[in-house]
Design a protein around this ligand. Sequence first.
Ligand SMILES: [Fe+2]
Ligand SMILES: [Fe+2]
Length: 189
Amino acid sequence: MYQLHYVIFMEKELDLQPIIDYVSKDWQLGPIHGIEHWKRVERNGLLLATDDVNIKVVRLFAYLHDHKRLSDGWDLEHGRRASENLDNIRQILLSELTDDEFVMLKRACMEHTIIHRTGIPTIDACFDADRMDLPRVGYMPDPVRMASELGVAFAKHGVVKEDCTISFEALEKAKNELLSTKMRDNGIK
Ligand SMILES: [Fe+2]
Ligand SMILES: [Fe+2]
């Protein structure tokens, strides 16, 4: 039987509280790019996680990708600043990451403002987790602008509602449609 495997468990061993304390400590801006947004990005990342996604990297991305924003407006360089700052906390807060995980986290933060899609499942899941929170600023996720196939399906089916909550009915439809497409593509009836 052909199956899509979705990650349905939380990675309990990852303690995010020190990271949350770190990014919240000097946060001057409001909720648009603050903790409420970061928590929803983490939630979205968990919904987007498949077997080929490193969920630890996605969860860390959720809390670190916007923390070097200087304003809630146009600030295209905030991804680069966030990425570069990771070097400063590598040995303190991110010491449990492997070098590969650290490189992926750096790249996801660096490119989330400037790249549509990388083809690397973990990084694309980071991008889409962030894009799925666009309703908070009045835009619904656009399938054309999503990076992963699951992100495209979620956007197409309206998995995130206007109030940023999740439609679990739409979630099931999106997953089922993607599963059917994959089975058809693989010649499985
Ligand atoms: Fe950002
Ligand atoms: Fe963001």
